[in-house]
Design a protein. Sequence first.
Length: 387
Amino acid sequence: MSDLDLRGKRVLIREDLNVPIENGRITSTQRLDAALPTIVAARDAGARVMVMSHLGRPKEGQFDGESSLAPVAKWLGGKLGRPVRLVRDYLDGVDVADGEVVLLENCRMNVGEGKDDEALARKYAALCDVFVMDAFGTAHRAQASTHGVIKYAPVAAAGPLLSAELDALGKALEHPAHPLLAIVAGSKVSTKLILLENLTAKVDQLIVGGGIANTFIAAAGYGVGNSLYEPDLLDAARQVMADARRRNAEVPLPVDVVVAPEFSAHAPATVKPVDQVKDGEMILDIGPETARRYAGLIGKAGTVVWNGPVGVFEFDAFAKGTETLARAIAASRAFSIAGGGDTLAAVDKFGIEKDVSYISTGGGAFLEFLEGKELPAVAALKARAGR
Ligand code: 3PG
């Protein structure tokens, strides 16, 4: 986008302004903060700026007040120092003055958005002289506003946020400073199996946490009591460990864990060796010795990719493992990248935003990139550029 002369041009910018809103109040502005510089740059270049985004997953073909971008328009107006019009009917054209910014109502209310309808994509394209794809968080969706429009817009370009995300992820995974250490945690191996397989081929160390670690612990032959784990995926976990060994990558397992008799903030927490978990106990965090060892690995890493907290960090008694790793990432000189909703909540809770080299705005898009998948919006931009 920065290479284009935008003065007087109708510029349609697809952002991911899909932010959490409770009772009309935006509860996290992280995605808005990340998108704002792109919008300001286009405005300052004298463009007629139309910003487009989805919010939630409303039904197509009807207006849904709950999914309205009105709170976002208000937020943008506050930041830009001038009210931002929220335009509801825009498919047949929008009047925008040079240097003005308008917000188009939730594009997922348009019929055909979800299935990447060609007629709708052509309508979006007809709104503008230049289409800027900047929504990294939605780049894994092949929809009319993220994919189809790229084919038909007079000019289509990647925006600065999308470019920055791809650069940071590329730096972390394609040209990493070694050792490359990944932390992958979450409730289920099944949702992150492709990710684990893809990372095993790249990383020097893979730290697993949460329900994923429990499945690995069970696969290593230890009891996990009542912990969340996936008995059907023990072989898959063994395969990941065997692949890692073949490549000389380490998949360290916890040596100690924090257990409780139930999943609750007030359940009594007990630290014990990993081979002593009893029936009826649940593993809710890594133990202090494990956290110390993992922090040591992070301290020696050249690159750290973080997706998922290693314990139930929302409950203070089970937050220490995640906190220790978060602080180790913050203190390390590694290039670090964090992404995913729970991970960002942990980054927020431990106040380390400024100490992580790059915080991704992507949830599903971040994961798909780490899985090694090509993001449809990025593929469309490349095809358009003949690359
Ligand atoms: C996200 O929150 O991950 C993106 O905005 C994509 O939203 P979606 O999963 O509803 O497509």
